[in-house]
Design a binder for this molecule. Structure first.
Ligand SMILES: Nc1nc2c(ncn2[C@@H]2O[C@H](COP(=O)(O)OP(=O)(O)OP(=O)(O)O)[C@@H](O)[C@H]2O)c(=O)[nH]1
Ligand SMILES: [Mg+2]
Length: 293
């Protein structure tokens, strides 16, 4: 690939991060916020900072907040723990959850009950019945909001899918007599100014592939692997390292390793999709791309 583009071109490219339906969701969320007791923000445990809603303070004012590190099964636990500590030090309630398997999702119910104790004690002293907790689940697209709610409800009541933009409307579901959860469509923020954040979201399938510069994203993934997980670079792609200067050679070697036929030119898009799919399809896991400094 001649004239390899660098990270900057990602942020300066005309990508529509913030389609109209996200602006609509933001408006709807602001409208229902007075009724909400607890906000549950899902972040991707592999990118706990990049997937944290940048404009969260626009939505959440004076609410109890739980940060769920979802897809915990896919992260590098050692690296991600640094971010758990970081959020806890800032005073957040943090939970590590695998919404696909196991029982970790149940901790949400315990924590929500705990966060309602004060409110309900006050109500009791006034002779009022306990309040049902209204919990709003928010987060970037494809982070696992609907999957988690399905688990909590105990059956598949919401559509889910391994691509961003599946949920399109707010929807309230009853979990038990004490808790209601509201599912919401995935959101980003109007301008992603840090290209690293954009690349991280793109790498973890939080941005629609159709609008992505997939060659740049796949090179970013290879670069991150060569920096932090070189053994995975070898296992998954058969290469020892990566540098932006040797992209042609690296892509050629990946083609050979993956038995992709080379007729004339290398099919860069095909190789790029293959690299991205390795993460999307969970073959490449145990990785955390947000690095704590
Ligand atoms: N490995 C793993 N996969 C998960 C987890 N939670 C969700 N997923 C998968 O992530 C994908 C997206 O899940 P959804 O629940 O549709 O995500 P969402 O946040 O509702 O997405 P939008 O509605 O598009 O905003 C699906 O393929 C889920 O199976 C998890 O904890 N671990
Ligand atoms: Mg959804």
């Amino acid at each position: 690939m001649s004239n390899v583009e660098n990270e900057k071109s990602f942020s300066s490219s005309r990508i529509n991060w913030y389609p109209g339906h996200m602006a609509k969701t933001k408006r709807q969320i602001k409208e229902i916020m007075p009724l909400v007791d607890i906000v549950i923000e899902l972040v991707d445990a592999r990118i706990p900072m990049s997937s944290h809603l940048e404009d969260l303070n626009d939505y959440v004012k004076n609410k109890e907040l739980i940060i769920v590190f979802n897809k915990y099964d896919l992260c590098d636990e050692v690296e991600t723990e640094k971010w758990v500590n970081y959020y806890e030090k800032l005073g957040f309630n943090v939970l590590k959850i695998n919404s696909k398997e196991g029982n970790s999702y149940k901790n949400i119910i315990n924590l929500a009950d705990k966060l309602m104790i004060k409110t309900n004690e006050k109500r009791k002293s006034k002779g009022l019945l306990p309040k049902k907790a209204k919990c709003l689940v928010i987060g970037v697209p494809n982070v696992g909001k609907s999957t988690l709610i399905n688990k909590l409800v105990g059956k598949k009541v919401l559509d889910t899918g391994n691509k961003p933009g599946v949920t399109r409307d707010l929807k309230t579901l009853k979990i038990n007599d004490r808790i209601d959860l509201i599912d919401s469509p995935g959101m980003l923020w109007p301008k992603i100014s840090d290209s690293k954040v954009a690349f991280n979201l793109a790498s973890m399938t939080n941005i629609k592939e159709e609008v992505l510069p997939i060659n740049e994203v796949s090179m970013y993934i290879l670069d991150m692997l060569s920096k932090y997980y070189p053994h995975k670079l070898k296992e998954e792609f058969g290469i020892d390292d990566f540098s932006y200067e040797c992209v042609d050679e690296v892509f050629l070697n990946i083609c050979k390793f993956k038995n992709i036929p080379i007729k004339g030119d290398i099919d860069y898009d095909r190789v790029s999709t293959l690299i991205m799919n390795q993460i999307k399809n969970e073959k490449l896991k145990g990785i955390t791309f947000d690095r704590f400094k």
